[in-house]
Design a protein around this ligand. Structure first.
Ligand SMILES: [Zn+2]
Length: 311
């Protein structure tokens, strides 16, 4: 594994970091002039369009599940005695942030053995190529999103048909219900077509203080950017997404995360967890269920609207 952690990778990482610092310095100067409130420290914040990505302190969600992402994009680290599992890589320029978060927790990038993902959009997988290069981790993906990853993000019906990031060929293709096991830890894949054709939600059971919790890492359930009616690229989208929602609602869910912090109240729950709130503020079966029900309502309304237009 050490040989993979070679000089080229370090230089690349360092380059990305330097570029990040330069970008941050420019941003800082701009922000000082513009005077945006809440700006913390140089290199801690990145604004792109409406989304703002701030560095957040990495923390333990529960058991062996850690948050090592940003305020917007989620990255999860699942530790085991035989190495660790990472879910999502975000943008390539964020990889140094992820690395820092992992190291702050006392772990090493080199211990990442398996790289999982939510779905193959650039904001969640652009960093896959660099993380794969740095760690040699096994890249595991669903068939549909694996094809997108291998093409560098070319996804029929989404984007302009051109590659959007460095392609990576998955090492292992999983189907719905398949499991990934490492060091006594098992994650189950739920392939939930909708946000992308191969969007994958991962579930696991975590034990803490003698209690077992069903943990769900939602991999993109709503926010469909494709038409439901007359979708020639994906004619079965309505049937497939209906089935996704049915299966998603049936998942036992005590603790959950989503792909973007705002979607699961990350900053608020983080703050409450830090204050020692009991039970763990990430424990929220009610909200887990109602968030899927909201998606279902959105879907029905969107479908109605599109059908009305098509008539
Ligand atoms: Zn997405």
């Amino acid at each position: 594994m050490n040989s993979r952690w070679n000089a080229i990778s370090w230089n690349r990482l360092l380059g990305a970091k330097l570029a990040g610092i330069l970008l941050s310095a420019t941003l800082l100067a701009t922000l000082i002039v513009v005077g945006v409130p809440g700006f913390a420290q140089e290199g801690q914040r990145e604004a792109r369009g409406r989304r703002v990505n701030e560095k957040v302190k990495p923390f333990k969600i529960i058991g062996n599940v850690y948050y090592v992402g940003m305020s917007d994009q989620t990255v999860l680290l699942i530790t085991t005695p035989e190495g660790n599992i990472l879910i999502d890589s975000t943008y390539e320029r964020m990889v140094p942030w992820i690395r820092e978060s992992i190291e702050t927790l006392g772990y090493s990038m080199r211990d990442i053995k398996i790289l999982l993902n939510s779905h193959a959009h650039p904001d969640h997988v652009e960093g896959h190529s660099l993380i794969k290069e740095l760690t040699g981790a096994q890249v595991v993906m669903s068939e549909a999103d694996g094809e997108v990853l291998a093409s560098g993000g070319v996804d029929p019906g989404q984007g302009d048909g051109r590659p959007r990031y460095k392609p990576v060929k998955p090492d292992r293709i999983i189907r719905n219900g398949d499991q990934v096991t490492l060091g006594g830890v098992t994650l189950t894949a739920h392939v939930f077509p909708g946000h992308t054709r191969g969007a994958t939600t991962w579930t696991m059971v975590v034990e803490e203080n003698g209690r077992r919790y069903n943990v769900v890492f939602w991999g993109g359930i709503g926010g469909i950017r494709q038409p439901f009616v007359n979708n020639t690229e994906w004619p079965t989208i309505v049937e497939e997404y209906t089935d996704t929602l049915r299966r998603a609602k049936a998942l036992p869910c005590d603790i959950y995360t989503g792909t973007h912090g705002a979607g699961f109240g990350l900053l608020d729950k983080m703050r409450r967890l830090e204050q020692g709130e009991q039970p763990n503020p990430f424990y929220d079966p009610e909200e887990c269920r109602s968030s899927i029900e909201r998606r279902e309502r959105d879907f029905r309304e969107q479908l109605e609207r599109e059908r009305a237009v098509a008539r």
